[in-house]
Design a protein around this ligand. Structure first.
Ligand SMILES: Cc1ncc(COP(=O)(O)O)c(C=O)c1O
Length: 374
C-alpha cells in the first residue's frame, strides 16, 4: 500500500485532474452499481454530504436508528451544520429498524402541515453498535418498498459495506440497489490511512461535489490517498474474510471458555466485530479493557507471554473487539488466551471458586453445533 501511494500518479483533484482519484471513483461507482462516486476525506463528511444533498428544503427530516453512527458519533452534524431534523427509531439487536414502527412514524407526519417533512431514511450496514451485524437483503427490499410508498430516499452509511458484501457472499451492488446513495470508508477494514467516498446518481454526485467544497473537503494531490484506497479495494475479499474468520474464532474461544465473567453470542458474530458481555456487576467493561491492555509480571510468569490487547468499552455491560488487516490469526489466539488469563485472575482475586467450563452457558452451542467438536 505504501508503495502504491509513493508511485501514484497525481494531479489537482480540486480541478478534477487527479488521474488516480478519477480512476478510483470510476472503479468504485462500478463496484457499487451507482452512476458516480466522489472521493472525500472521511465517512463523517460522506454522510453529511449525502444528508445535505437529499435534504435541501428547510424543515426536512431524516429517520435514523437511535444507535446509528451518523446520529450518535458525528456531533449531530446533520442538525449542527445542515439544519436537518432527525426522527430517531429504536435499532433492533440485529441492526435493523422495526418496519411497522418505521412506517407508522412516516405515516404520522405524511401530508401533515404540523410535522417536519420526512425526506430520507438512513441505514447503517454493517451496523456498528449492533456489533457489525449485516442488514438482510430481504429487509433492504422492504425498506425500499416502504420508501417508495412515501416518496422517501434512502442513504446507507456503508462505512463497512464491503464487510457486509463479503459476509453475504454477494456483489456490493446487490446491496446498494436498494439505496439512493451510499458512503463507504477506506480507512477501516480496507486498511487505508484515510479516505471515504459517497456515491449515487449523476445529479446527486454533482451536488455532492459542491457540498464537499463547502465543507472544506476539496483536496489537491489526493491520488496518494486514492492509491491506498484502491489497494484496499483490490485485496478486500481476502482481508475481510480473514478478519471475519478471526472474529469468529475469538468468539468461539470466549464461548468455550464458559467464564462466569464474560460471554459472547457466537451466532451474532457476522463480520469483524465481537461484543463481549461482562456478566458480573463487580467488574466494569472499562476495568476489563484495562486488564486486557496491561501486562503484569504474573502474566509473564504464568503464561510465558506479555500480551497487550486493546479493546473498547462499548456499553455499560459490554466491550467491543474489532479485527483489521494487521491482526493475524496468531494475534487472535493470543488475545483469546489473554482473556482467559484475565478472566481467571479476576475470578481468583474475587475469591470465587474456579468455574466449570460449561457453567456460563450449558453445553448447547448457540450456533447449534457441538462446541467440543468445533
Ligand atoms: C458506521 C460508521 N459510519 C461512519 C463512521 C465515520 O468514519 P470516519 O471516522 O471516517 O469519519 C464510522 C467510524 O467509525 C462508522 O463506524
Amino acid at each position: 500500500m505504501r508503495q502504491a501511494m509513493a508511485q501514484a500518479e497525481v494531479g489537482d483533484d480540486d480541478y478534477g485532474e487527479d488521474p488516480t482519484v478519477n480512476e478510483l471513483q470510476r472503479l468504485a461507482a462500478q463496484l457499487l452499481g451507482m452512476e458516480e462516486a466522489l472521493f472525500v476525506p472521511t465517512s463523517t463528511m460522506a454522510n453529511l454530504i449525502a444528508v445535505m444533498c437529499h435534504c435541501q428544503r428547510r424543515g426536512a427530516q431524516l429517520l435514523v436508528g437511535r444507535e446509528a453512527h451518523l446520529h450518535v458519533f458525528e456531533q449531530g452534524g446533520v442538525a449542527q451544520v445542515a439544519g436537518v431534523h432527525s426522527q430517531v427509531l429504536q435499532d433492533l439487536p440485529d441492526g435493523t429498524l422495526d418496519l411497522d414502527e418505521l412506517e407508522s412514524t412516516v405515516r404520522a407526519g405524511y401530508g401533515s402541515r404540523y410535522h417536519p417533512r420526512s425526506v430520507l431514511i438512513c441505514l447503517e450496514n454493517t451496523h456498528s453498535s449492533a456489533g457489525g451485524r449485516v442488514l438482510p437483503l430481504a429487509y433492504l427490499r422492504e425498506v425500499r418498498l416502504l420508501a417508495d410508498r412515501y416518496k422517501l430516499r434512502i442513504h446507507m452509511d456503508g462505512a463497512r459495506l464491503m464487510n457486509a458484501a463479503v459476509a453475504q457472499g454477494v456483489a456490493p451492488a446487490q446491496i446498494t440497489q436498494h439505496c439512493d446513495s451510499i458512503s463507504l470508508c477506506f480507512s477501516k477494514g480496507l486498511g487505508a490511512p484515510a479516505g471515504a467516498l459517497v456515491a449515487g446518481c449523476r445529479e446527486f454526485v454533482a451536488e455532492a461535489w459542491r457540498i464537499r467544497k463547502l465543507l472544506g473537503g476539496g483536496m489537491r494531490q489526493a491520488g496518494v490517498l486514492a492509491a491506498a484506497a484502491r489497494v484496499g479495494l483490490e485485496r478486500m475479499e481476502e482481508t475481510l474474510q480473514r478478519d471475519h474468520s478471526n472474529a469468529h474464532r475469538f468468539a468461539q474461544g470466549v464461548w468455550e471458555l464458559g467464564s462466569p465473567i464474560c460471554s459472547v453470542n457466537p451466532s451474532a458474530v457476522e463480520t469483524n466485530m465481537v461484543l463481549v458481555r461482562v456478566a458480573v456487576p463487580w467488574l466494569s467493561p472499562e476495568k476489563l479493557c484495562e486488564h486486557m491492555q496491561a501486562v503484569s509480571e504474573e502474566e509473564v510468569a504464568e503464561t510465558g507471554q506479555a500480551v497487550s490487547v486493546r479493546l473498547f468499552p462499548w456499553t455499560a455491560r459490554s466491550l467491543r473487539a474489532v479485527w483489521h488487516c494487521d491482526v493475524s490469526a496468531q494475534d487472535t489466539q493470543l488475545a483469546a488466551n489473554k482473556l482467559k488469563f484475565v478472566a481467571e485472575q479476576c475470578w481468583r482475586e474475587r475469591g470465587a471458586a474456579p468455574a466449570r467450563p460449561d457453567a456460563a452457558h450449558g453445553s448447547k452451542h448457540p450456533c447449534g453445533c457441538s462446541a467440543a467438536a468445533s
